[in-house]
Write a protein that binds this ligand. Sequence first.
Ligand SMILES: NC(=O)c1ccc[n+]([C@@H]2O[C@H](COP(=O)([O-])OP(=O)(O)OC[C@H]3O[C@@H](n4cnc5c(N)ncnc54)[C@H](OP(=O)(O)O)[C@@H]3O)[C@@H](O)[C@H]2O)c1
Length: 314
Amino acid sequence: MLSHLIALHNGQTVPAIGLGTWQSEPNTSEIICAVEHGLKVGYRHIDCALYYGNEKEIGDGLRISGVPREEVFITSKLWGTYHRRVEECLDLTLAKLGTTYLDLYLIHWPIPLNPNGSDPLVPMLPNGKFDLDESRDIRDTWKAMEAMVKKGKVKAIGTSNFSEMMLEKILPTAEIIPAVNQLELHLYNPQLKLLDYLKSKKIVPQAYSPLGSTGAPLLTDESATEIAKKHNLKSTSDVLLGYLLKKDIVVLPKSMSPSRIESNLTGALEAYNLLTPEDIKILDGVAAGGKQNRFVMPPWGIDIGFDNWPASAT
Ligand SMILES: NC(=O)c1ccc[n+]([C@@H]2O[C@H](COP(=O)([O-])OP(=O)(O)OC[C@H]3O[C@@H](n4cnc5c(N)ncnc54)[C@H](OP(=O)(O)O)[C@@H]3O)[C@@H](O)[C@H]2O)c1
């Protein structure tokens, strides 16, 4: 079993390596097998979202694995069209996963979407732009998230895709400080300034797309590959994950391949034990050296306050 844990400000701990589940097709046995295999080889943390459409299969994988529910840290996320119906969204997720509580519930994006628009999940305007619910105050969404902790339906709440600007909108009136902020964090998008800010607020960062997302484009990075060779690590991916772990960031690599699911867990821990402060310094400089890149940028149509968010995506 994975022993590397990171403490949250509410006294909970979260396994530092979680299994990502985005783009794992629903209605197939692949995702069920991936979850079952992940749990069998030692993962105790699964990152889910209503939006991914596969929470039923994830629940099936959990039950088939035989690992007791209470041994697994389960995260899910509130989707944009549910900002005015937080409990309804959470109840849908709980029913699909087949559990009575979540360990962590996140606001998926700080972007409320029209709940009565052209589509239940992705409402669009005739002009091709997202149909935003601009009159919804994000502070009210956060209050409704806090109510879920008080009801005992979730142990912790947090944010996802919140810049410092967006966090500053909820923190002054928050009764519960977000336990985590899940962000696109990797070698080419290290967000060092935002990480310092999160540390000052005791908010744990979680790295989504730690390998650069679909196709894992970071795997051919020269600096990371050289460091992998120097330490006789099996793969560049080990360095990409170990680099984030060294900075006390939770990593959420997604894979559907049994061998990669296993090697991401073991390789990340091996790299965590081997990477030196000099390696980290080199890796910290890669994005600033000309490789800065984001891979997940829905064109929401408004400024959400991130550095390096191209104008074409607003
Ligand atoms: N909060 C948010 O808005 C948000 C956004 C994006 C993602 N997430 C979460 O973060 C998780 C991870 O992000 P992600 O899925 O975008 O990307 P990722 O984990 O960085 O990369 C996944 C891709 O890398 C491949 N891969 C995995 N391990 C590999 C390895 N060792 N060697 C080579 N290729 C490898 C996978 O293919 P195979 O499956 O074929 O192995 C897949 O194509 C998601 O699944 C989701 O849970 C959250």
